[in-house]
Design a protein around this ligand. Structure first.
Ligand code: CAA
Length: 382
């Protein structure tokens, strides 16, 4: 039987994340957003509570949670602040290639010390010349004896300015496209790594996003994940896992927008009664509630698929796409219900719209999600 009830363990995880989100994140969210401040003290606390490295098995010191458990946590965190949540879960994205492609020895080497202390890691795939066409990346990996030499530039790297470890995708030969891509683990202090400026973003302003240049960075072949030509599959399989928690992140933003709008509609009066009594507002709230429920259910469905050990490509792209499109629309409707106040930074809903927007772009633009969905779908009819 399909069962939507949570186990007592899942309820306590949700509760832990909710308390942390409401007491630590929410009170600082507006100020961090305004100042574009990266609140590392909050990220350290999240790490102390086991709210980071959620996908790393407990044998390496991580939380070892299922994707569904991760989603329960991520939705709660994102309810308080989408930007902080992006920075908290960026380690999951960066470490997933190690979980998927590393040997047992490499896992012990890179994951255990990383989880024993607070550290940030970044996933380096996107380049200035193109993000959607991942197989067209240009960062070169040139073999030199027992090493590779990395040269190229990555951009829009979450936590890049602060990371002490990078998982990097490079190519031995760009003409081979996907078949030339290799994945590496690169320590943040490797000579030749140049960190660019922290980007000044529209939303997710408590998160940090930067450019990382690799200027002839020497990486021992022992730090390669999988074989030459296996990097693209590692990157794609990573995104199959991590797009689902992005669905949860978007759901958290959407739920926050719905809650703000519903409460406001009960207080605000027009034409002699609370605006919640106007059908125009009720219809908007109903549409918003439908979108939030659909986003959550599709996210849970994708998590369930992956947790059963099935390939999550289709379900995770659907979940990420629907949840992020929903978050943007729900946040937009929330602003409309707040009217002029909704447009003002003094009220919480305009931040939700700015934060929702990024969820349509990162971890694969929604146009890419639709391409992935169509390909997976058509494969079943061929
Ligand atoms: N799992 C395993 N293998 C896969 C796969 C998957 N999900 N998807 C593709 N592959 C394999 C294919 O089977 C194919 O293998 P063969 O050649 O052996 O048949 C190979 O990879 C090439 O696949 P495609 O021909 O499908 O490749 P493509 O060039 O047409 O592109 C794409 C595919 C889906 C568009 C891909 O480029 C893509 O996902 N782009 C988006 C990238 C992205 O999401 N970037 C986000 C970066 S993270 C981020 O946002 C930053 C952050 O910090 C939050």
């Amino acid at each position: 039987m399909l069962d939507f009830s949570l186990t007592p363990e899942q309820e306590s995880l949700q509760d832990l994340a909710r308390k942390f989100a409401r007491t630590e994140m929410a009170p600082r969210a507006a100020a961090c957003d305004k100042e574009g401040r990266f609140p590392e003290e909050i990220y350290r606390k999240a790490w102390e509570l086991g709210l980071m490295n959620l996908n790393v098995p407990s044998e390496y010191g991580g939380s070892g949670l299922s994707v569904l458990d991760q989603c329960l946590i991520v939705e709660e965190l994102a309810y308080a602040c989408g930007g902080m949540t992006t920075s908290i879960i960026a380690n999951c994205l960066a470490l997933e290639p190690i979980l998927l492609g590393a040997t047992p020895e490499q896992k012990r080497r890179w994951l255990a010390p990383f989880c024993a202390e607070y550290h940030l890691a970044s996933f380096c795939l996107t380049e200035p010349g193109g993000g959607s066409d991942a197989a067209g990346l240009q960062t070169r990996a040139t073999r030199d004896g027992d090493d590779y030499v990395l040269r190229g530039e990555k951009c829009f790297i979450t936590n890049g300015p602060h990371a002490s470890l990078f998982t990097v995708f490079a190519t031995t030969d760009p003409s081979l496209r996907a078949k030339g891509i290799v994945a590496f683990v690169v320590p943040g202090d490797a000579p030749g790594i140049v960190r660019g400026k922290d980007e000044d973003k529209m939303g997710h302003r408590a998160s940090s996003t930067g450019t990382i240049r690799f200027e002839d960075v020497r990486v021992p072949a022992a730090q390669r994940l999988g074989g030459e030509g296996e990097g693209f599959s590692i990157a794609m399989r990573t995104l199959d896992q991590t797009r689902t928690p992005i669905g949860a992140l978007a759901t958290g933003i959407a739920q926050a927008a719905l809650d703000h709008a519903a409460r406001y509609s009960l207080e605000r009066k027009s034409f002699g009664k609370p605006i919640s009594e106007h059908q125009a507002i009720q219809i908007k709230l109903a549409n918003m509630a439908q979108m939030v429920s659909a986003a959550r259910l599709l996210t849970w469905k994708a998590a369930w698929t992956i947790d059963r050990g099935e390939r999550g490509t289709l379900d995770s792209s659907i979940a990420k796409c629907v949840a992020s499109d929903s978050a943007l629309r729900v946040a937009d409707d929330a602003i409309q219900i707040f009217g002029g106040y909704g447009y003002m930074k003094e009220y919480p809903v305009e931040k939700l719209l700015r934060d929702a927007k990024l969820t349509q772009i990162y971890e694969g633009a929604n146009e890419i999600q639709r391409i992935v969905t169509a390909r997976e779908l058509l494969r079943r009819y061929a």
